[in-house]
Design a protein around this ligand. Structure first.
Ligand code: NAD
Length: 354
């Protein structure tokens, strides 16, 4: 255990349970708000309309244009609408893309946000916002973007397709794996990380076998919550850095990129973070963390190769260059040769190696 640490709890109110979406009106009132703007992506617009119907007069508008990577143009359009309808809070219903828009609005207005996550990405538990302007994605950390309230209702995850459930769950797990070896790790977050990995490791295969399995879905969502707290509380390293570079440079899908990279980055860091990786392996009921993650990816039929999700082989050089460009802390030092080998294996879909 780390002998010196700082622990700071993030002040989000969390309501967890099947059917808990029903408490949304009370939760809006609890924030002292009465004019909610409901946000969603275009495919989830019908859900947003249903929520608007339930809220009645408490909903003053629906904006269903949230999209991946929070482009500033979309935020500006949403801001105009929010001003027109005089909203005094936002309800973000969806995955990381929709919650990102809610955070971007909170940053600009200070208005309270209620997040209702429908994937396992974990953004709802973090004070982190990634935004894209002129094709460049930048990330900031500001307490004002942290949702005031999060409602985890398992019934909203039953429609998440099996493939996205698998990759989104592995995306969540990556937050916990990196939190275990983070430079600023602490005992509470490490407990949450181990429990989050275990919950997702046990539940994801059952979710994939039957996406309507409420028990497994609930356990996966519980794991995703814990992993989201890990992301919001501990510094991330090689894994998140590489996924950011790969996703941004080659426009790769977010959750799939995380799912492919995780066994490789865990294998890379394992020799320099033995205690952390022992805990991750224990949570996965595996002898070695990378083997456990590789096997889990196979069991949940997650993609294994970057080449299968759109990365060209010619991009490996660029990815290595960008991954090494700005130095950042990682338990194991990064060398051109090692990072090149790691990315090449992930590109080809070969098993991880330390
Ligand atoms: P997403 O929000 O882009 O959703 C993917 C697709 O799935 C969308 O079309 C969405 O409408 C649909 N969908 C979501 N839930 C569904 C459900 N239950 N049933 C059917 N369809 C559903 O995907 P994501 O992986 O949740 O989020 C990715 C984005 O979030 C990225 O931009 C990433 O950078 C960001 N993110 C940010 C943080 C943070 O802390 N700032 C953390 C994680 C992810």
């Amino acid at each position: 255990m780390k002998r010196e640490f700082i622990y700071e709890a993030l002040p989000t109110r969390v309501i967890f349970g099947d059917g808990k979406m029903a408490v949304l009106p009370e939760e809006i009132a609890r924030l002292g708000a009465s004019r909610a703007l409901v946000l969603s992506t275009p495919p989830q617009a019908i859900w947003a309309q249903q929520v608007a119907g339930i809220l009645g007069d408490t909903c003053v508008g629906v904006f269903s244009e949230a999209t991946m990577h929070t482009p500033v143009e979309v935020t500006e359009k949403a801001m105009q609408y929010l001003t027109d309808v005089k909203a005094d809070c936002v309800v973000a219903l969806g995955g990381g893309s929709t919650i990102g828009l809610g955070k971007a609005i909170a940053l600009r207005t200070g208005l309270p946000q209620i997040a209702v996550p429908t994937t396992y990405a974990g953004s709802e538990m973090t004070p982190i916002l990634g935004q894209t302007e002129n094709g460049v994605k930048t990330t900031l950390r500001d307490a004002v973007v942290l949702p005031k309230t999060v409602i985890y209702d398992v019934s909203l995850t039953l429609t998440l397709p099996a493939a996205l459930s698998a990759t989104s769950g592995l995306n969540a797990m990556a937050h916990a794996v990196e939190a275990l070896y983070a430079q600023d790790r602490n005992p509470i977050i490490s407990l949450m990380a181990e429990e989050g990995i275990a919950a997702l490791g046990q539940s994801l295969p059952a979710v994939i076998a039957n996406p309507q399995n409420r028990e497994a879905r609930s356990r996966a969502q519980y794991g995703a919550w814990l992993c989201g707290i890990c992301l919001g509380s501990a510094g991330m390293a090689l894994h998140h850095k590489l996924c950011h570079v790969l996703g941004g440079t080659f426009d790769l899908p977010h959750a799939e990129t995380h799912a492919i990279m995780l066994p490789h980055t865990a294998a890379y860091n394992a020799p320099e973070a033995p205690e952390a990786m022992h805990r991750a392996a224990r949570a996965l009921k595996a002898d070695h963390v990378a083997d456990g993650l590789w096997l889990l990816a196979e069991r949940v039929k997650a993609p294994r190769a970057l080449k299968d999700i759109g990365m060209p082989e010619s991009g490996i050089d660029k990815a290595v260059e960008l991954a090494l460009k700005n130095p950042y802390w990682n338990p194991r030092p990064l060398t051109d040769k090692d990072i090149r080998a790691l990315i090449r294996r992930a590109w080809a879909g070969e098993p991880p190696q330390a």
